[in-house]
Design a protein around this ligand. Structure first.
Ligand code: SF4
Length: 919
């Protein structure tokens, strides 16, 4: 690898040239916890080989940003050794930080031992006590002796805490050393550990139910397992008091749900191992598990591989080792089943004092086995697959073992949806307070945040949920309490209103109460008409007459009664298959990453076997967001033959979508509590967007996170003279214009001319050529045409042809064959898609990518309602920002009211292009 840096800049937080700095005030958000001087980055970092200068500069910049508690944007293209530099820079800081903590603890203990309890002189504090502590006491108008006593007490408490933490750390180090010794003695020791596991017991399905405490007389007439389908009594009284407490907690729309989340999270934390010290750590996030696995391999290769405690987190779907549960496939069902088994285990424990054979609990969730697996994770770095295999061998749950390893780990690697989604973070017991967060491949972090908090449901799903609930209510009418019946009826009322909002959408006029203009269009094939209207959250509830229903109570009822799960069990057992409609998937622990492909018409993903009501509830929950932060888009899709009949809509294509517009509102939790947040990526330009949308949403001045910022950027490592960029407006004949806009790109003359150009390119470019199309469909269409016209055969005379597979599992084999072909001296061409599986995170180094061809520019669909709403929102925000910074309280004459939205539209496209050609 040549060590050339085409450009590099490192801006301290106070740089006024950075809009990042100007938006985010250059003041540290939090005072440092230690009176020690700031750490200075070393000139020599531990690194597996002599680092190039750009790698050393990246490590120094990263070290400084973390030490100075910065929000940083780090840009370093693929092939520059970014991952290794991040690992070594961040872990060197962590090593030095821990050493500082130990020094601090040592001096405190020494001070305590050598001290004969002197009264601290006024204004002084014990060594290591936060430097502001004494001043805080002194600000009160109290006598000196009271202040001195309070300062001394604070010092003693601080000292005790540090001592306790160090004792825990010592104990844990000894225990892990033992585990390491045992594990390294022989593989047989692992088998011995596994030998103690309990024999798996057969697990009843949700529909048949576990051995339940069905002791009520009424239940006698119910058939086998049916008792479990009945809702347990729910009383809103307690929730009311919770609600009033939490309402006062927060003005924000979602505040009322925070208390419930906290309660849930603390319940999860109860079963965690408090004996394990919670050490300073780095949370490293990337988009996919395969990227995380690559990262783990890099950690192993680094000088920190042996000494760093690393844990990789995944969902239950990835980590569950119980085959009976894994086979449920849908993540929601796996979660539900696992929760059931855990509840059974708690009940069994209460009744018998321990697990016992015959209990319908998970046999892989015994304390000993999970603790042993946790310790083995901490002494040997494992990736996801190894973790599951080890869990199976040891008869221990890999999901809970990895969760329990978080407290003691130095490095936690997880998909970034798990970290960015508030509830998932809390459910995992992740506390970001004072920790370091590094988000890799962060170029799409804003779109991912928007996607995580956006929800789409189809009319078919709402209808299925309603039909199931009506049948359920009818069958068990006499068995439900009055309170439960009231909530069931409310739920039915809201679902009917949601359906009316779609079927009643006028096709020719402005929808009553719609916040934005109604849009109408024909589909590409002209087969159906689509009409959309946009509403604010409050307007949507008001117009559909459910604004008087307390959604907070309704959601509490649904959660506590587990109605979604019970209804699904009921539907599987008693409902006609037609009502078991597919359901649109939403943000979950899996959190499938998507960029704003919804702007280009992405259809919701469908999953079988998932409760339809679950999705309806997710949509309802999204309405708890702040009114200004999102929109509801109602889309009715009518078959053209029934265009005049308002009720004739295509239920599978007509949707309700909650669109999150303000990613900053959720990102502030992360920035607000972490010590430092670093967004890293190959191409992060334009960086202003991160500042404007993530740090300082102008509509929420109260939410502004006062952090200092840092920016590091290094260019590609190849010399400028080795690179040539060419824009082709015409093909070789000079007669056909290269216009790949929607109108012209299907023109066969354009495709043929493109084929001629490609034949020329493959004739004079050696080794590998990578060619990007705007979509899978367009790629397939062009390749079909080239097959017919024998262009592909001509290309094949020079290069072997490869094509990006749609199935993720086949990507590795295609890449391997492509690389082998080039290394064997035969040229190859790889056709792939912008935003697809090969457009990021893959290093087409040297001969693998001698030429990159970009066919047209991947602009999003201009007519997308969601995209237009996002652009409108950004224009409004820019206006608010301009007004706020204007001294006259008027917009400057040069202010362009549509510039922010247009810039976003352009950036969306250019970022996708940068990502593809920059990798
Ligand atoms: S406890 Fe672990 S192994 Fe058992 S069902 Fe849950 S995730 Fe699967």
């Amino acid at each position: 690898m040549a060590a050339h840096a085409s450009s590099m800049r490192w801006m301290a937080s106070s740089s006024s040239s950075s809009s990042l700095s100007s938006v985010a005030p250059a003041i540290p958000a939090k005072t440092t916890q230690s009176s020690d001087a700031l750490l200075v980055p070393p000139t020599d970092f531990p690194f597996p080989f002599q680092p190039y200068s750009i790698q050393r500069q990246l490590m120094q910049a990263l070290y400084t940003a973390i030490e100075n508690r910065r929000f940083g944007i780090f840009e370093s293209p693929t092939g520059t050794g970014k991952s290794m530099s991040i690992i070594c820079g961040a872990l060197t800081w962590l090593r030095d930080h821990e050493a500082r903590q130990v020094r601090l603890g040592g001096s405190l203990i020494a001070a305590a031992q050598g001290r004969d309890q002197p009264v601290q002189p006024a204004g002084s504090v014990a060594p290591g006590v936060p430097s502001g502590a004494s001043d805080a006491f002194r600000d009160n108008a109290e006598p000196d002796w009271v202040l001195d006593f309070a300062a001394k007490k604070a010092g003693e408490n601080h000292e005790r805490r540090i001592r306790e933490e160090q004792e825990l750390l010592l104990k844990q180090t000894e225990r892990l050393a033992q585990v390491k010794r045992k594990l390294s003695q022989s593989k047989a020791s692992v088998k011995r550990l596994a030998a103690g596991s309990e024999k798996p017991v057969s697990i009843p399905t949700a529909a048949t139910g576990a051995a339940a405490d069905s002791d009520g007389d009424e239940m006698d007439t119910l058939s086998d397992g049916e008792a479990d389908l009945i809702l347990s009594d729910y009383s809103p009284d307690k929730e009311q008091s919770d609600a009033s407490d939490s309402d006062s907690d927060s003005e924000a729309g979602s505040g009322k749900f925070d208390a419930r989340r906290k309660k849930k999270a603390s319940a999860v934390r109860d079963d965690e191992d408090e004996e394990v010290p919670d050490v300073a750590k780095i949370y490293y996030c990337s988009r996919t598990h395969s990227q995380l696995n690559q990262f783990v391999q890099e950690v192993r290769k680094s000088p920190f591989g042996e000494t760093t405690k690393v844990v990789v987190l995944g969902s239950r779907k990835n980590l569950c080792v119980n085959d009976d549960v894994r086979k449920l496939e849908a993540v929601e069902r796996i979660n539900e089943r696992c929760d059931d088994l855990r509840k059974n285990a708690s009940k069994s424990k209460e009744a018998k004092g321990a697990h016992h054979d015959g209990c319908a609990c998970c046999p892989y969730l015994t304390n000993d086995s999970v603790s042993t697996l946790r310790d083995s994770i901490l002494v040997h770095t494992t990736d996801i697959e190894e973790l599951v295999n080890r869990g199976k061998k040891m008869g221990a749950c890999a999901y809970y073992a990895s969760r329990r390893a978080i407290r003691a780990a130095h490095l936690v690697a997880l998909p970034y949806q798990m970290l960015l989604h508030h509830s998932t973070r809390e459910a995992l017991g992740i506390n970001l307070s004072n920790q370091v967060v590094i988000v890799d491949e962060a170029h799409n972090v804003m779109e991912t945040l928007n996607d995580i908090y956006s929800v789409t449901i189809t009319l078919a799903v709402i209808r299925a949920a309603q039909s199931q609930l009506e049948q359920y209510a009818e069958k068990y009418n006499t068995r439900l309490s009055l309170s439960n019946l009231r909530f069931v009826n409310q739920l039915l009322f809201v679902m009917r209103a949601m359906q009316r909002s779609v079927t009643g959408l006028p096709s020719t006029e402005r929808a009553p109460g719609a916040s934005a203009h109604l849009s109408s269009k024909s589909s590409a094939s002209g087969a159906a008409d689509e009409h959309s209207a946009v509403f604010t959250i409050n307007d949507f509830a008001r117009i559909n007459n459910f604004d008087n229903i307390n959604l907070f109570h309704l959601q509490n009822f649904c959660e506590q009664s587990e109605i979604a799960k019970k209804l699904h069990g009921f539907a599987e057992r008693f409902c006609a298959p037609a009502t078991l409609a597919s359901s649109a998937s939403m943000a979950s622990e899996e959190g499938e990453t998507t960029v704003l492909t919804t702007s280009t018409g992405r259809e919701p993903v469908f999953q079988r076997n998932v409760s339809a009501l679950q999705y309806v509830l997710r949509f309802l929950m999204s309405l708890a967001n702040n009114d200004s932060d999102g929109r509801v888009i109602v889309t009715a899709c009518r078959p053209p033959t029934s265009a005049e009949d308002a009720s004739a809509v295509d239920a599978r294509k007509s949707t309700l979508r909650f669109v999150m517009l303000n990613p900053g509102v959720h990102f502030r939790d992360v920035v607000g509590s972490a010590r430092a947040v670093i967004l890293a990526g190959g191409t992060m330009q334009p960086t202003d967007a991160f500042a404007n949308q993530l740090l300082a949403p102008p509509s929420h001045p109260d939410l502004l996170v006062p952090v200092a910022s840092a920016m590091f950027s290094c260019g590609h490592i190849i010399p400028v003279e080795n690179l040539q960029a060419v824009a082709l407006a015409f093909g070789p004949t000079g007669e056909v214009k290269f216009d790949f806009s929607f109108r012209f790109r299907h023109d066969t003359r354009v495709m043929d001319e493109l084929g001629r150009a490609l034949c020329d390119i493959v004739a004079w470019v050696p080794e590998g050529v990578v060619c990007f199309f705007q979509s899978y469909d367009y790629m397939a269409k062009v390749l079909d045409r080239w097959r017919q016209t024998e262009v592909l055969q001509q290309v094949q005379l020079k290069k072997r042809v490869f094509q990006e597979p749609r199935v993720a599992g086949n990507v590795d084999s295609v890449l391997r064959e492509y690389s082998e072909c080039i290394r064997a001296g035969n040229g190859a061409i790889l056709f792939c898609v912008v935003g697809g599986k090969l457009s990021e995170g893959i290093n087409f180094s040297d001969g693998l990518g001698r030429c990159v061809v970009m066919v047209g520019l991947p602009f999003a669909n201009m007519y997308s309602t969601e995209l237009n709403e996002k652009m409108r929102y950004l224009n409004e925000q820019a206006k608010v920002r301009a007004l706020a910074s204007s001294k006259t309280n008027k917009l400057p004459p040069s202010f362009d009211e549509t510039a922010a939205g247009e810039e976003f539209y352009l950036n969306l496209c250019m970022r996708a292009v940068n990502q593809s050609i920059g990798e």
